[in-house]
Design a protein around this ligand. Structure first.
Ligand code: SF4
Ligand code: SF4
Length: 447
């Protein structure tokens, strides 16, 4: 019996939201001009916060390290351009909190000064050297998670990893940054995938791409033949790009409940992360810029731009010719998993896949009502949870019940909120419960 026999064809649950991708999918990646000022958020990774190693008045070069790692699960941060550090400032963070940022006043020269040397002979290098380089270049998951890439590539010895999957699904509505990158820069992605696979001593590599990107599938298929990399077209169903769902779609392997991709032999990396790994290793370039989609019905000219880290959303919107139709909602990321913003002074970080401005029509505000036990949320939850129970437990501050009903497995995909006829803000409820449980666990550890 083959590995896949008897398994369901598709992952459980999911929804089909309006994808809004036509607004920007055909627009090539534009290079952003140099702005006068960048505010580079200090902590751009999940894990420990890096420590600033520059101070007000210091002269910095593009690519120079400005914040260093403080632990294994941490990544350094580098200057996106040359100039003078004008201060360490507090700015609005994408998740609603205020965050520390290193402000750099550009000198207009964009002068390069990275200490990383190109490793053109990367195939001859030791795995540990490649992983160290990936760390030193400040690479994190660029699909949204911002988990340090070198950590993902350092599984415990008892984990038998044999499959690298690149995530090119980009299932989040409106976003087209990865789509354009796959069309315009396939070689960087493919070579990055080889470097990652090599560092794990594996050779099974696949790139999963939703079928609504036939041009990207065609181009990558053409280029991937020489690399022994499979291109897997995927059914269009949100959240196809979530790690566990992607792994199932590509390999029919299941990540055990509460487990990680490594528990079923897989490592998943976003396509943009693979391209950044290529830059870091082969060219000696740290992660200081990324492609971001600027879009929505309230943006005059939606499109995709290569933006330096620390660019404000305000400056980024100027590139798209500003706003129209009285924007009612600003979101960093996509409409399903992104975070609503109060300020346009939030800046681009390593995981900023999009800036979305929606008008009133697309953001009709409904009053949240009582749950009517329709079971809609249960049917669509891709993680097999009971979102109605979890949401009610969170509202009543019964966090022990939420924990018992596995709220920590919730990936905040928003499918439950999307279908809820009572318009309950499920994701906010679930995030609250997860935050409280994590805080309780940390407090217990520190006792
Ligand atoms: S409970 Fe979590 S994982 Fe399930 S649908 Fe809602 S947001 Fe997604
Ligand atoms: S979809 Fe909304 S109303 Fe229906 S069971 Fe879930 S929380 Fe209750």
């Amino acid at each position: 019996m083959s590995e896949n026999q008897g398994k369901r064809k598709y992952f459980r649950g999911g929804v089909h939201p309006h994808d809004g991708k036509a607004l920007s999918a055909k627009n090539s990646i534009n290079e952003a001009p140099l702005f006068d000022k960048y505010q580079v958020v200090l902590q751009q990774n999940i894990g420990a916060p890096p420590k600033a190693i520059v101070k007000k008045g210091d002269v910095v070069l593009k690519g120079q390290m400005i914040a260093e790692s403080t632990g294994f699960v941490c990544t350094p941060v580098h200057a996106p351009t040359s100039g003078v550090v004008s201060g360490i400032v507090e700015i609005p963070g994408a998740m609603g909190q205020s965050v520390k940022a290193i402000e750099i006043a550009s000198d207009g020269e964009d002068k390069w000064g990275s200490s990383l040397k190109p490793m053109k002979d990367w195939e001859q290098r030791d795995d540990s050297e490649i992983k160290q380089r990936i760390h030193d270049a400040g690479i994190v998951g660029m699909g949204g998670a911002a988990f340090p890439t070198h950590v993902k590539l350092s599984p415990p010895e008892n984990k038998n990893i044999d499959y690298l999957i690149l995530n090119g699904a980009e299932c989040e509505p409106y976003l087209t940054a990865d789509h354009r990158l796959m069309i315009e820069d396939p070689e960087r992605i493919l070579k990055g995938a080889l470097i990652i696979a090599n560092s794990l001593n594996i050779n099974k590599i696949a790139i999963g791409i939703e079928k609504n990107k036939p041009d990207a599938i065609k181009i990558l298929k053409k280029h991937s033949a020489d690399y022994g990399i499979s291109i897997v077209p995927l059914r269009m169903m949100y959240p196809q790009g979530a790690e566990k769902q992607l792994i199932y779609s590509v390999t029919k392997r299941k990540v055990p409940a509460g487990g990680l991709p490594m528990d079923c032999g897989c490592v998943v990396q976003n396509v943009a992360t693979a391209a950044a790994v290529y830059d870091a290793v082969v060219k000696g370039q740290p992660l200081i810029e990324r492609v971001t989609t600027i879009t929505g019905n309230s943006v005059v000219n939606p499109g995709n731009w290569r933006l330096k880290l620390g660019t404000t959303a305000l400056d980024a919107l100027k590139l798209a010719s500003g706003v129209k139709n009285n924007p009612a909602k600003i979101i960093m990321g996509g409409p399903m998993m992104g975070f609503a913003q109060k300020s346009l002074m939030v800046t681009i970080t390593k995981n900023s896949s999009g800036i979305l401005l929606l008008d009133k029509e697309d953001t009709s505000i409904y009053e949240s009502r009582q749950c009517i036990n329709c079971k809609g949320c249960v049917d669509v939850c891709p993680m097999n949870l009971t979102p109605s129970v979890l949401s009610k437990a969170a509202v009543k501050e019964n966090f022990d019940i939420a924990e018992r009903f596995n709220v920590m497995d919730c990936m905040e995909c928003g499918c439950c909120a999307y279908v809820c006829p009572s318009r309950r803000p499920m994701v906010q409820h679930l995030r609250l419960a997860k935050g409280k449980i994590l805080a309780k666990r940390r407090a217990q550890q520190n006792k």
